[in-house]
Design a protein around this ligand. Structure first.
Ligand code: ATP
Ligand code: MG
Length: 455
């Protein structure tokens, strides 16, 4: 057993010492140990112990038992909650995801019920020892994802592990052991039975946490997972594109290159990149390009893709606000072609939109992963600089009340004047509210005069 010193939240220390003083064992388990050993920032700290839930509740003043039937108690220390779970083994799995109940057990079987060897390690914070029943240390060293026990059985018990294998391999840039990889391929079709929320969580982790998410997407293809969870993305494999715009190759290759170049990725950006061109296979036709020569065209692919993306994202139980943001980015991603020809007011509305930061990054990646020219991106950057501290869509200088004050009766004409005035304001036709009011007065008078001349 190896001796190392892992850093963890000092608030958790009291949990370990209290359990030890009362004769119980208590370890840190799973992802925290893995990430600490790899020099990565760990997420949640999971504690395991041989104390039973009732013992844990007796020992600590502030507890709540969210999953008592699974042997999990939340212990609160300084208003922070820590999950403390009793060593357990899972009963047989019946539905391809959940065990038919759990049974309290010893530490070795708690290690063995976990998915991969790198996730099966314990750390004893009092003796500073790693406890390794599954050869996890060796696999961390060799950078290998390997199922604990018989891989076929383990993936058959819980099919979600198929996607977790791909997620960990991609995020950690580990290889998958051949026997594990074979079992993943065999079980991949059964992912269709797994809940869409859990699929989304693993897929989002793969897309947003991988140093090269394009490599992660390729792995999903190689393992036969892509066809099952994202058939519309799989359909972009081999979809040819005009080489003058896309020297990199087919739509799938282009998407992978974009994913590989993402940095500090939000989930919204990741899904916008993943799905931005899925409308291409269904809209591909041959027709004359700008040079008059016949080439492949994808007219309307952004709109088609946004509609398809909406169905996919809803199918993954994505939140309404994410669906709205991602589909907006996809629907509008071709508008960047026209930015140099837009009127100032149109451009301001475009850059002032609620999702523009994500749209702009999507566009930058789109260029980098194809022709490489950042002309329109840089044009936008210059335009944003000219706006300086003025918001692209400032407050309106002319309100409905200003229009009514000039004697216009309530009705659609008010809206017409308010909108026209705002368009001129965005175009930069006025320098301040006074000028805008002056213009409005003149326009309304002119309109009044021409109306009475006509009647
Ligand atoms: P992350 O850093 O994303 O939180 P993690 O390894 O901590 O990664 P969790 O989903 O938080 O993953 O699970 C905590 C631990 O529980 C894992 O390290 C693993 O030991 C075990 N575990 C999680 N999901 C499964 C599963 N489907 N089958 C078996 N063991 C699992
Ligand atoms: Mg975790």
């Amino acid at each position: 057993m190896e001796s190392v010193s892992l850093n963890f939240d000092p608030d958790a220390a009291v949990i370990f010492s209290t359990l030890a003083q009362n004769g119980y064992k208590a370890y840190i388990a799973g992802g925290f140990v893995r990430d600490s050993l790899l020099g990565r920032k760990p997420k949640d700290l999971d504690i395991v112990t041989n104390a039973l839930p009732a013992d844990i509740e007796n020992l600590f003043p502030d507890t709540c038992s969210v999953g008592k039937e699974f042997g999990v108690v939340i212990v609160r220390v300084s208003h922070r909650g820590f999950e403390v779970a009793t060593f357990r083994k899972d009963n047989p799995y019946l539905d391809g995801r959940h065990p038919n109940g759990v049974e309290f057990s010893d530490e070795e079987s708690d290690a063995r019920r976990r998915d991969f060897t790198i996730n099966g390690l314990f750390y004893d914070p009092l003796s500073h020892r790693i406890i390794d029943y599954v050869n996890g240390l060796e696999d961390i060293d060799r950078q290998v994802i390997r199922a604990i026990g018989n891989p076929d059985d383990r993936f058959d018990e819980d099919h979600l592990r198929v996607l977790r294998a791909a997620r960990f391999a991609s995020v950690l840039e580990f290889t998958i052991d051949p026997a594990t990889s074979l079992a993943v391929r065999q079980t991949a079709p059964k992912l269709a039975r797994i809940s869409r929320e859990r699929i989304r969580e693993e897929l989002t982790a793969l897309l947003t946490q991988s140093p090269r998410a394009g490599r992660g997407l390729e792995l999903l293809r190689e393992l036969g997972i892509l066809d099952v969870i994202l058939p519309d993305v799989a359909a972009t494999i081999g979809q040819a594109q005009p080489p003058e715009y896309h020297p990199e190759g087919d739509v799938f290759t282009h998407t992978k290159l974009m994913l590989d170049q993402m940095e500090n990725t939000s989930a919204q950006l990741a899904y916008a990149v993943l799905l931005h061109d899925i409308g291409k296979p269904l809209t591909a036709t041959r027709g004359p390009g700008r040079d008059g020569l016949t080439r492949i065209r994808f007219d309307g692919h952004a709109e088609k893709g946004a509609d398809m993306a909406e169905k996919i994202l809803r199918g993954l139980a994505m939140s309404n606000s994410d669906v709205e943001a991602i589909t907006h980015c996809i629907r509008n991603h071709m508008r960047f072609i026209d930015v140099k020809h837009m009127r100032t007011a149109t451009l301001r509305r475009f850059v002032g939109g609620p999702y523009f930061a994500t749209e702009l990054e999507l566009h930058r990646l789109d260029c980098l992963a194809s022709h490489g020219s950042l002309e329109n991106y840089e044009f936008i950057q210059r335009f944003l600089k000219t706006l300086a501290s003025t918001p692209p869509m400032p407050e309106r200088w002319i309100s409905g009340r200003d229009v009514m004050a000039l004697g216009i009766p309530e009705g659609p004409e008010i809206g017409h004047w308010v909108e026209t005035a705002y368009e001129c304001q965005l175009e930069g036709s006025f320098t301040d509210k006074q000028e805008a009011l002056h213009w409005l007065r003149e326009q309304v008078q002119k309109r009044g005069a021409s109306d009475s001349a006509a009647s």
